[in-house]
Design a protein around this ligand. Structure first.
Ligand SMILES: [Fe+2]
Length: 381
């Protein structure tokens, strides 16, 4: 089964096997004549990246690449990227990779037109209106994993290299003008990354679905996103070359990111500080804390999860859904708890204080306080 589709929601998305061949055309659509491909160091020398550069070069767009990007991109990477963009006389960005390449690429395109420091554009109130819109360069996004959904997001996460705190930098123009979702680019992902990124997509859908805000569009997208993960993540994990499964996981990832405009919750509020302190994989950490967070929120989300379970073909209501999450985790070899992840329970108070300050905390169905978050962290060990 070969899935090919062109969507214009939430932006222009070209979905399907082999569509990386349309990269140069995508650049031209946005008026880009001299793109800078931005990705992380690990991906720079890989065949999929070189093949993408070949496509650009063959169309006369050059093969410029910037790959000085850390796994958690920071303002130092950002400054270097903006300098490479300006020094090279570029007029657009190809943001290429998993979360780090996509997030830094988007932010370089944005910052290329700004004079204020990046922290002035943190996702607080209307700070985004401080931006000089004219200077923002066009972006083509090419995801190589299926989880973050950053390819359809209007923000980037940039880590402050001094404080190690992750900041969300937001502007509507971060949304790439064209996205190429070519599932062949995800086929080389190691099993553990397929599992972790896939569970990140699932967490986005689950938390968006569970958050209390009124947003029926996101609600529907989140529900179908969960179904795609349920049907296709185990297949992609078992057989990395299962192109139908890989395609549907790319859809699920994009849907998760569209859905979480409705809000995230305690899974992400816990996962962010754990990742910042212990450098754990984001999606895998989400999967580890997911069952305790479901128990934590049960009193408020039970009815809603019953509806989701019915749609997903899971019997037994909330308990059935909870057991399904446990079995999915087992199938993907997710560690049982934070201890099994190699983390010691000696910094719970500090992590809890960070969690309740995390922007995701506000979307959790049960209000997170220092007291109940400390208890929740204890349950994660
Ligand atoms: Fe996430």
């Amino acid at each position: 089964m070969n899935i090919v589709a062109n969507w214009s929601y939430p932006t222009a998305i070209k979905m399907g096997r082999g569509r990386i061949k349309e990269l140069a055309e995508a650049c031209k659509t946005l008026g880009i004549k001299k793109p800078l491909l931005i990705t992380d160091r690990g991906l720079a020398s890989m065949q999929i990246t070189q093949a993408a550069l070949d496509v650009l070069e063959a169309a006369g767009l050059g093969r410029a690449i910037f790959a000085d990007v850390d796994p958690n991109p920071n303002e130092i990477n950002l400054e270097a990227g903006v300098k490479a963009f300006k020094d090279g006389g570029h007029d657009g960005v190809v943001a290429f990779g998993g979360g780090s390449g996509l997030d830094l690429g988007k932010c370089v395109a944005f910052m290329a037109g700004q004079t204020r420091p990046v922290w002035d554009f943190e996702d607080i109130g209307d700070w985004w209106t401080r931006a000089n819109v004219d200077g923002i360069a066009p972006i083509v996004a090419v995801p190589t994993t299926a989880g973050t959904g950053s390819e359809v997001g209007r923000a980037s996460v940039i880590t402050n290299s001094k404080t190690h705190v992750k900041k969300i930098i937001f502007h509507p123009k971060f949304l790439p003008g064209v996205v190429i979702c070519d599932p062949e680019l995800t086929m080389g992902m190691p099993k553990v990354i397929t599992a972790g990124t896939g569970m990140d997509a699932f967490a986005h859908c689950l938390e968006a679905y569970s958050s209390p805000f009124y947003h029926p569009m996101s609600q529907g997208i989140a529900l179908e996103g969960m179904r795609l993960v349920k049907d296709f993540l185990p297949r992609a994990y078992k057989d990395g070359a299962d192109i139908e499964a890989r395609t549907n996981m790319m859809s699920a990832a994009a849907m998760g990111a569209v859905a979480f405009q409705k809000g995230l919750g305690a899974i992400h509020a816990l996962s962010h500080p754990i990742g910042a302190v212990y450098n754990t994989h984001h999606g895998m950490t989400n999967a580890v804390v997911m069952p305790p967070v479901l128990r934590f929120n049960r009193s408020v989300i039970e009815k809603r999860i019953e509806l989701a379970a019915a749609y997903l073909g899971i019997s037994g209501g909330f308990d059935g859904f909870y057991d399904y999450v446990l079995s999915l985790r087992a199938e993907l070899h997710v560690p049982d708890n934070l201890s099994a992840m190699g983390i010691k329970p000696d910094r719970i108070e500090e992590l809890s204080a960070m969690a309740i300050e995390d922007p995701s905390a506000g979307g959790n169905p049960v209000k997170m306080t220092l007291e109940n978050t400390i208890q929740l962290f204890k349950d994660c060990f």
